[in-house]
Write a protein that binds this ligand. Structure first.
Ligand code: GLN
Length: 450
């Protein structure tokens, strides 16, 4: 299937690396284990998966969509990678992404754009456009993404698939190449909520190798998804966030959202309007906090330790500067410059410090809203998938894609996107948000709704 749809001028181009024969050999090993009764007990043993190219893999390159890591093969597996293998899941290959997970369209990859399988002239969203497109193009039944401001949920909405951003600390970040460490979270991508739940239980749970990992059992999301699939949400309160869904949302998206709210009511849920007044400052706070962390995290790409090294220059400083100039794309450079500025001495309190205060106010908005409702909902994105090239020269309008998803990352809470019908023939997504470690109720609602 990958050979049929992924390559060529007009191909989906979800994959940067296809494991090919080694994936087949790994699958045969699991198959033999199933016959012999020695295979991993996981229900996903033998199921193939597409892995975002931001997780380290001992046997495959890891580029993060960047030229600076071209050809780099990590010496170790990320915890997520290791847990997939331990469950007998076959890793088909590594998927395309915006460079170092910065972007909303996968156009910021150094290795070419990924096309939306619904309409190949349109973007699949980003940064995890490759993972989402691989599901929609039926190249893989499961995928893994990362979500710093929406990079699992927005591509899910754009491709008619399911994407989950777990609670911060719910899935290990060990071996996940950092974008913004206080916001990054790995999560499952699938075509159904139950598939996502099965994958969630494989990758989730405490990891001593990640100091921010939560030392608690993974929420029972498989059981919750099975319960939800029975289609009864009576007794549950669904909070409709007043600040998300009005201004700036396309009429088609708005109509699909209204229909989704009616559907939730039909399933027995009680809708209550909730207000989160500080969400409107989320975007501004995010674009100070994220670049600040990026400018620090990406300092490690110094031409000495990993990947590319420019042959220009004679001193270490010159080689480093020439390598970063040639190795990073424009969006990455823009954010490093923004972050360096925001963290400069004298500006720290005015920018980063203020943004951290807004972050606290957003967390309090969530606390107040979750006191009134079990889950919150909004459209996942303000628009349907846009044409390739439309926003690439307009960073601000690109950033607006994540209006509804960013608050969840700032607060460290959980969120998911499930398909919510078509608008003008293109997919839309319903975002369901839950408190930290409240994934079970979120999966229940998602499975009832889909
Ligand atoms: N699109 C957002 C950004 O560009 C989110 C990225 C992400 O979640 N990795 O920062």
């Amino acid at each position: 299937r990958i050979a049929a749809v992924d390559g060529g001028h007009d191909g989906v181009h979800a994959f940067l690396h296809v494991a090919g024969e080694s994936a087949l050999a790994a699958a045969e090993l699991v198959d033999a284990g199933i016959s012999a009764g020695t295979a991993p007990a996981s229900p996903l043993a033998g199921v193939p998966l597409a892995l975002k190219d931001v997780f380290t893999t001992q046997d495959m390159p890891t580029t993060c969509g960047s030229k600076i890591l071209e050809g780099w093969q990590p010496p170790y597996d990320a915890t997520v990678t290791a847990r997939l293998r331990a469950a007998g899941i076959t890793i088909l290959g590594k998927t395309n992404m915006d460079e170092f997970a910065m972007g909303s369209s996968t156009e910021h990859s150094a290795y070419g754009v990924t096309r939306n399988p619904w309409d190949r002239s349109r973007v699949p969203g980003g940064s995890g456009g490759g993972s989402a497109a691989s599901l929609a193009a039926l190249e893989a039944p499961l995928a893994i993404g990362t979500d710093t401001g929406g990079s699992i949920r927005q591509p899910a909405a754009f491709t008619g698939t399911v994407g989950v951003k777990p609670t911060y600390g719910g899935v290990s970040r060990y071996g996940l190449v950092a974008c913004a460490s206080s916001l990054d979270q790995a999560g499952p991508c699938a075509r159904t909520v139950l598939d996502a739940a099965l994958l969630h239980e494989v990758i989730g749970g405490h990891d001593p190798l990640d100091s921010t990992s939560i030392d608690q059992p993974v929420p029972s999301v498989v059981e919750a998804a099975r319960q939800g699939a029975r289609g009864d949400l009576s007794g549950l309160k669904v909070g409709v966030v007043r600040e998300l869904g009005g201004e700036g949302y396309e009429p088609g998206v708005r109509a699909a959202y209204d229909a989704s709210l009616r559907r939730l009511e039909k399933l027995g849920a009680e809708l209550v309007e909730v207000s989160c007044p500080h969400f409107e400052y989320g975007m501004a706070a995010y674009y100070l906090i994220l670049p600040s962390e990026v400018s620090s995290n990406l300092a490690r790409f110094d031409a000495m330790r990993y990947g590319m090294r420019s042959s220009t220059g004679t001193s270490a400083e010159e080689v480093m500067a020439a390598t970063r100039e040639a190795g990073f794309g424009p969006e990455v450079k823009r954010r490093i410059i923004l972050g360096t500025y925001a963290l400069s001495s004298g500006y720290y309190d005015a920018y980063y410090g203020q943004a951290q205060k807004v972050r606290t106010l957003i967390s309090r908005d969530f606390d107040a809203a979750f006191a009134q409702a079990d889950v919150l909902v909004s459209p996942t994105t303000p628009t349907t998938p846009f044409p390739i090239g439309d926003k690439i020269d307009d960073p601000l309008s690109m950033y607006l894609n994540d209006l509804a998803t960013i608050p969840t990352n700032l607060a460290g809470t959980a969120g998911m996107s499930v398909p919510s019908g078509l608008a003008d023939g293109l997919p839309t997504g319903l975002q369901i948000m839950a408190p930290a470690l409240g994934e079970a109720v979120m999966y229940r609602v998602g499975a009832a709704f889909e």
